[in-house]
Design a protein around this ligand. Sequence first.
Ligand code: HXC
Ligand code: NAP
Length: 293
Amino acid sequence: MQDLATGMLKADALKGKTIIVTGGGTGLGKAMGTYFLTLGANLVITSRKLDVLKTTAAEMEAETGGKVLAVACDVRNYNEVEQVLQQALDTFGAVNALVNNAAGNFISPTERLSANAFSTIIDIVLKGSVNCSLAFGKYWIKEKMPGNILNIITTYASTGSGYVVPSACAKGGVLAMTRSLAAEWGRHQIRSNAIAPGPFPTKGAWERLLPGEMAEKFDFKNRVPLKRVGKHQEIANLAAFLVSDFSGYINGDVITIDGGEWLQGAGQFNGLEMVSDAMWDGIEKMTRSAKGS
Ligand code: HXC
Ligand code: NAP
């Protein structure tokens, strides 16, 4: 089996492309951005914390030899998004792909949420992805350039999930936007796709979704048929393929990368993995004797 930390695409697969990753200073955004640089892309990373972005940019440049522009931007504010686009154009001349990766989330029973807590998540995830897609889409259409939007959603964008309801609503909206823009902007050669990751350990997600002892009590890998969590390079490989021209005919799709986690939860009898062989012997006797009743 291949080393899971190995990059998948050939060395110059993204050469000549400039890619912007929102929330690119940490976690999965950092992993995806680092791999894009390795494949020859120029990179723009944004988030609210400029100090974090600058540290990450320096690390990325040292590791890959690529060029990174770090710009502070709260994706909730459309004018800040437009300023990022302008700075990216001033630095690199063009932008070819947008990865809507920035997100906010925390676990909570819904009835404990204030209206502002709910809107905060919707604003970052849904409105932020809308703001970026709108600004970059307008730019690509005006310049008559092909474009590429990759949205990082979650598996519960489709299934829904308790205890993260604002995030589920927002990610569901981003999924609808993915498919809608794929249909509408395809004629402008702007592709729109999504990745639905299962559990990939990051500080940002784990602190807010599995705080304290919850990390042991609710160990994600036990929910995954493959019995492990995802490796950052695995999502970076998929993201690099989707922002590259090799995926040129994929438009409007959502690709799940979760080791089978959501299906495990959905199948009515999947919980039977806890039944031992000895128990199955007894169960088989009972099911075989149930003839004609
Ligand atoms: C209840 C909470 C809360 C909590 C905040 N609030 N945290 N309510 N439980 N744990 C409420 C606040 O009281 C306030 O409402 C409102 O939410 C806004 O909070 P602020 O702290 O003012 O917001 P802000 O500074 O904008 O921070 C946003 C944030 C924060 C989402 C709350 O956690 C953040 O910055 N997150 C960014 C990174 C992140 O979340 N990464 C994880 C992504 S993981 P009131 O009414 O008091 O004003 C992910 C993966 C999913 O998406 C799948 C994993 C398997
Ligand atoms: P993370 O490190 O916390 O990443 C979230 C990023 O979003 C941070 O860099 C944060 O930076 C940025 N951000 C938050 N609010 C912002 C705002 N208003 N404007 C601009 N940037 C903002 O968590 P992660 O796990 O890597 O998550 C990355 C993406 O993967 C998210 O879309 C998440 O929903 C998705 N995902 C993750 C998992 C997982 O298991 N990790 C599973 C499914 C989906 P600042 O705080 O500096 O702004």
